[in-house]
Design a protein around this ligand. Structure first.
Ligand code: DX5
Ligand code: ZN
Length: 221
């Protein structure tokens, strides 16, 4: 299993965004988690295509775009053109989830499905063979800096089991409330793509990355 720490730029200092992405890249991180919010699927609005397009020019990281957007199918092509390597859509946001996933894959990038904390795994079990990643939200989508929802640990375990039962060898990503205390829980439960926003960007970025890596090392070696 390949483990990735995926810094979420939602918690970055946008006045120094390019510099901070360079620092992440300099630390050898490969994935960049990019949260797009539309003010409809979630209450808040973050940023969109122009920002992604600009940072794409300066970065070779894998752009993991998390769309918290109603009917994301409408924007698949736009996000591919501005540089996404993977597009994750919310099951709850799509009128036709299967068609949306197909559209993402047909556009030549990886497809992920995200589930809000209250959405049961069974709702998407029929699609597990057709996606590249399953994102289990460990907070309510919409804001950085929230507290990890305890029940998520069991959901990650169940997701792991479901993937095994279905013979789908895809990674589980977790997003929200990851810190020193919750990182071991999600790794233990079987997550391998770890999104972290405030945990990495509050305080010293390189020290925080080193801390997270040390914890991850205990589970991944
Ligand atoms: C929340 C976003 C997250 C957010 C995580 O809706 O999807 O990616 O940036 O922030 P932290 O790690 O601070 O909970
Ligand atoms: Zn996210």
């Amino acid at each position: 299993m390949e483990y990735q720490l995926c810094p979420s730029i939602l918690s970055a200092d946008f006045n120094r965004l390019g510099e901070q992405i360079q620092a992440l890249e300099g630390q050898g991180l490969k994935w960049l988690h990019i949260d797009v919010m539309d003010g409809d699927f979630v209450p808040s609005i973050s940023f969109g295509m122009p920002v992604i397009k600009s940072i794409r020019r300066e970065s070779n990281m894998f752009f993991d775009v998390h769309l918290m957007v109603t009917e994301p199918e409408r924007y698949v092509q736009d996000f591919v053109e501005c540089g996404a390597d993977s597009i994750t859509v919310h099951a709850e946001a799509c009128e036709d989830l299967e068609r949306t996933v197909e559209r993402i894959r047909d556009a030549g990038v990886q497809a992920g499905i995200a589930l809000k904390p209250a959405t049961p795994l069974m709702e998407i079990s029929y699609l597990l063979q057709q996606i590249d990643m399953l994102l289990i939200m460990t907070v309510q989508p919409g804001f950085g800096g929230q507290e990890y929802i305890e029940d998520s640990t069991e959901k990650i375990r169940q997701a792991c089991q479901l993937l095994k039962d279905e013979g789908a060898e895809i990674p589980i990503q977790v997003d929200g409330g990851i810190n020193d205390q919750t990182l071991p829980l999600v790794l233990e439960a079987g997550a391998s793509r770890i999104v972290a926003g405030s945990y990495l960007f509050q305080g010293d970025l390189s020290e925080n990355i080193a801390k997270a890596r040390k914890i991850m090392g205990r589970y991944t070696e």
